[in-house]
Design a protein. Structure first.
Length: 228
C-alpha cells in the first residue's frame, strides 16, 4: 500500500511540477486572502485546541492511524503526532466542528479551505524529510501554542526546501508541501498548530480541472473510510 501511494504521489507531482512553478513560501494575500479570519481569531482557536487536548488527548488519533501509508513519517520515533480533524477535502467531521465553534465558523466562511486539523506534536518529536503529493493545494500553518527555546525563539522548526522557519504563537505561513520538508519539536512541551489545506488559486485551466477531480476523489475515499 505504501509503494502504491509513493508511485501515485510521484506521478501526480510530475504533472503539476511541469505546469506550476512557484516558490516554497507563497504570499498569503495573493493565494489565501481569507487567512485573516483565522489569524485574527488565533487566541480563541488556541483556547479551543488546548481544551480539546486537556479533555481527550489520548482519543485523538495519530496521523498513521488515520493514514497507514504515512507511518514512516508519523510512527518513526515512537513519539506522537496527533491530528484532530475538522474537515477532510470538503467533508466536515460534525462532532469535531461542534467542539471548536470559533474555528468552525471561520471554516464555514472559507470555501477555499478543503481540509482542517489541529496538530499536536509531542515533545522532541521529529517528522522526517518528505514531500506532499499534490501541488493543487497549499498548506496554511498557524501557530497556536508553540514552546520557545532558551533564546526566546519558537522551539518548533519547519525546514522547508532546506530553509528554516519558526512559526510562533499567532504567526502563520502559507507554503507548498510538495517541496521537501521536515519538522522538529526541540522542546519538552507539546506544540499545537492549526493546519489548513487551501485550494490553490491562479492555476491554468487544465490544472484546475485535474485538481477538482483529485479533490473530489480524495474526499470520497475519506468518507468511505469513515474519516469524515
Amino acid at each position: 500500500m505504501s509503494l502504491l501511494y509513493d508511485l501515485s504521489a510521484n506521478a501526480v507531482r510530475r504533472i503539476y511540477d511541469a505546469r506550476i512553478n512557484t516558490p516554497p513560501v507563497l504570499d498569503t494575500g495573493t493565494y489565501f486572502p481569507g487567512a485573516g479570519k483565522f489569524a485574527d481569531a488565533w487566541s480563541t482557536i488556541r483556547e479551543e485546541a488546548l481544551a480539546i487536548a486537556a479533555e481527550r488527548m489520548h482519543a485523538i488519533p495519530r496521523f498513521h492511524e488515520i493514514m497507514p501509508a504515512q507511518a514512516p513519517i508519523s510512527a518513526n520515533d515512537g513519539k506522537d503526532w496527533r491530528l484532530f480533524i475538522l474537515k477532510v477535502y470538503g467533508a466536515e467531521v460534525d462532532k469535531n466542528m461542534a467542539a471548536c465553534p470559533t474555528l468552525a465558523q471561520a471554516l464555514t466562511l472559507s470555501p477555499d479551505v478543503l481540509s482542517a486539523s489541529l496538530s499536536f506534536l509531542a515533545p522532541r518529536k521529529h517528522i522526517p524529510r518528505h514531500r506532499g503529493p499534490f501541488r493543487g493545494v497549499l498548506r496554511f500553518q498557524l501557530g497556536l501554542s508553540v514552546p520557545v527555546d532558551a533564546d526566546g525563539r519558537p522551539a518548533a522548526v519547519l525546514s522547508l526546501n532546506d530553509d528554516e522557519h519558526r512559526i510562533g504563537d499567532g504567526q502563520h505561513l502559507l507554503w507548498d508541501d510538495t517541496y521537501p520538508h521536515e519538522v522538529w519539536n526541540h522542546s519538552d512541551e507539546m506544540r499545537v498548530a492549526l493546519l489548513l489545506d487551501v485550494r490553490r488559486r491562479h492555476m491554468p485551466m487544465d490544472m484546475r480541472v485535474l485538481s477538482g477531480a483529485l479533490i473530489a476523489s480524495v474526499g470520497m475515499v475519506a468518507r468511505l473510510r469513515g474519516v469524515a
